[in-house]
Design a protein around this ligand. Structure first.
Ligand SMILES: *[C@@H]1O[C@H](CO)[C@@H](O)[C@H](O)[C@H]1NC(C)=O
Ligand SMILES: *[C@@H]1O[C@H](CO)[C@@H](O)[C@H](O)[C@H]1NC(C)=O
Ligand SMILES: *[C@@H]1O[C@H](CO)[C@@H](O)[C@H](O)[C@H]1NC(C)=O
Ligand SMILES: *[C@@H]1O[C@H](CO)[C@@H](O)[C@H](O)[C@H]1NC(C)=O
Ligand SMILES: *[C@@H]1O[C@H](CO)[C@@H](O)[C@H](O)[C@H]1NC(C)=O
Ligand SMILES: *[C@@H]1O[C@H](CO)[C@@H](O)[C@H](O)[C@H]1NC(C)=O
Length: 478
């Protein structure tokens, strides 16, 4: 009887019981490299990010997927991409694909806990029908773009607009740099927010994905960098940092900051060919080397008990959804790949994750198929790890950069084994020396592979043609 009464009260007054839940800001930096932040690389000017990171908890072993759509699948659904069919490359603008609609997304769970949910930035999880898009998948409001990348000023993919204010095309932002518009929108939401309700904001910025573009004032912060691409890229990182600073300032001004938890992560390693840097890690975006999969990541704020420290425990992108749900006072699902690390992180305890899959993509080389697994300290790579390979310092000469590229031939499936704890930069392949360990990891990998869903990677669909939708990339064709 009492339980029934409580249930009724809870349904009628959800905010009454959720007033103390923390506000949560989940920031994703697109294509940011391991060595592209000031707290690791003193040449980078990121004072706002550095302050949050060094006063919070910096993650040394927080893994992501090697590419955008797969990592974002994991963030939103808590599922490995190889279980959702998004393990191969990314969602292209003209593909009739989205993350399966039967997965509950993170904002849907937070809404059930009483949160206001807002998203600003890049989606990249499919948009061929409205049901696939942010305001139909748990967000109260959305401002941003659906595709992988676009012009930072005119917001077009090819000649067609991809910029939305909720469901409507946002045509009047031409000439305005996206980081500034996104931060301003976040500030507006914070200022209008009804503080009796907990706030969730998902802020997947466009920065610092290609194309390499930034207003000149940010580029001019790096006149000591001779390589033009790296100079502009560095400015893009500092524009992102300023956007983070503007959002934290708005939270402070509104009195929300001390009850806010901020999670920051890159979506994949930095693309070396687009001037990002992952030194001293090997490889970058597009690879399952550590440089492509170890995300720059930290957490700051409400509920953390052991701060100003680093956390070495193993975390995978699939874990952020259940971890955030726990931090919000909810109960994570038990049917997903991810697990909550909330208590481990906040008290500095060992991680309960002991293994994960880097990816399982059965497309054949050279079509970017990757397969790799981590069990304990060991990592097994089966076949093509992706390219470019090698160890690269930040570019700072006009003639940079010569890639070392090992040549893999079709049908050639080299197996490589590394002890990541002792050799995080992957210099010493142990496969020949440790055949038993190779066999053990391969067997574990085969267990996972049995559960793989085939990649959903269809041919381009002419029905996607934006000319049918007023020259705007739009839902309504699948
Ligand atoms: C979603 O549907 C797919 C098949 O379309 C199935 O493989 C998967 O198990 C389902 N997932 C959930 C969470 O229901
Ligand atoms: C937007 O800018 C890009 C260059 O980045 C250019 O190729 C494209 O034509 C422009 N689109 C419009 C609609 O002006
Ligand atoms: C664009 O138009 C919308 C809708 O009228 C308006 O709310 C918004 O402030 C405008 N933004 C700019 C930058 O003009
Ligand atoms: C941050 O806020 C300042 C002051 O409002 C503004 O001039 C600047 O453009 C903002 N920067 C970003 C990246 O949002
Ligand atoms: C780039 O090289 C120049 C000339 O060697 C040097 O003065 C400058 O400090 C370097 N900058 C960075 C960021 O490494
Ligand atoms: C947070 O800030 C508010 C408003 O400034 C203050 O009333 C409250 O005591 C602070 N809470 C904590 C835990 O510091």
């Amino acid at each position: 009887m009492k339980a029934g009464l409580f249930f009724v009260v809870f349904l009628l007054f959800p905010s009454w019981s959720s007033a103390q839940r923390p506000n949560i800001v989940f920031i994703v930096a697109d294509d940011l490299g391991w060595n592209d932040v000031g707290f690791r690389n003193p040449d980078m000017k990121t004072p706002n990010i550095d302050k949050l990171a060094t006063e919070g908890i910096i993650f040394e072993n927080a893994y992501v997927q090697p590419l955008c759509s797969p990592s974002r699948t994991a963030f939103m659904s808590g599922m490995y991409p190889f279980h959702a069919g998004t393990q191969h490359r990314t969602v292209f603008p003209d593909q009739a694909v989205c993350v399966p609609l039967n997965y509950t997304f993170l904002p849907q769970q937070l809404k059930a806990l009483g949160y206001a949910t807002h998203m600003i930035g890049k989606w990249h999880l499919g948009f061929c029908k409205w049901e696939c898009t942010p305001t139909y998948r748990g967000f109260d409001s959305y401002f941003g773009f659906y595709n992988a990348h676009e012009d930072y000023f005119n917001h077009t993919v090819g000649p067609y607009l991809d910029y939305r204010d909720n469901t409507l095309p946002a045509r009047n932002y031409s000439g305005q740099y996206s980081a500034i518009t996104f931060a301003q929108r976040a500030v507006d939401i914070i200022n209008r927010h009804d503080v009796s309700q907990p706030l969730f904001m998902y802020l997947p910025y466009q920065n610092v994905h290609a194309p390499i573009q930034v207003p000149k004032t940010y580029e001019d912060m790096y006149l000591n960098v001779i390589n033009e691409g790296r100079r502009i890229f560095s400015g893009m990182v500092s524009a992102l940092d300023e956007a983070v600073g503007n959002v934290t300032k708005a939270l402070k001004d509104r009195g929300l900051f001390n009850n806010t938890l901020i999670l920051f992560t890159a979506d994949n390693g930095g693309p070396i060919e687009w001037y990002a840097n992952n030194w001293p890690l090997r490889g970058g975006k597009h690879t399952i080397w550590e440089g492509g999969t170890r995300g720059t990541s930290f957490i700051y704020g409400a509920g953390l008990k052991k701060t100003k420290t680093t956390y070495d425990g193993m975390i995978h992108a699939v874990d952020w959804k259940p971890t955030i749900v726990s931090a919000a006072g909810g109960t994570p699902e038990t049917t997903i790949d991810g697990m909550s690390h909330w208590d481990s992180i906040r008290y500095g305890l060992p991680s309960s994750r002991t293994e994960f899959i880097y990816n399982i993509d059965d497309f054949e080389f050279p079509d970017e198929g990757h397969a790799g697994i981590r069990v304990g300290d060991y990592k097994l790579i089966l076949g093509y790890p992706g390219g470019p390979d090698g160890w690269h310092r930040p570019m700072n000469r006009t003639e940079d950069d010569k890639y070392e590229q090992r040549v893999y031939l079709k049908g050639d499936l080299p197996v490589q084994l590394f002890n990541i704890r002792e050799d995080p930069t992957e210099h010493n392949d142990l496969a020949q020396q440790m055949p038993d360990m190779v066999a053990k990891l391969r067997a574990r990998f085969e267990d996972y592979k049995k559960t793989m869903v085939p990649a959903n990677f269809p041919d381009p669909d002419p029905a996607s043609d934006p000319r049918k939708f007023g020259d705007v990339w739009s839902p309504g064709w699948c």
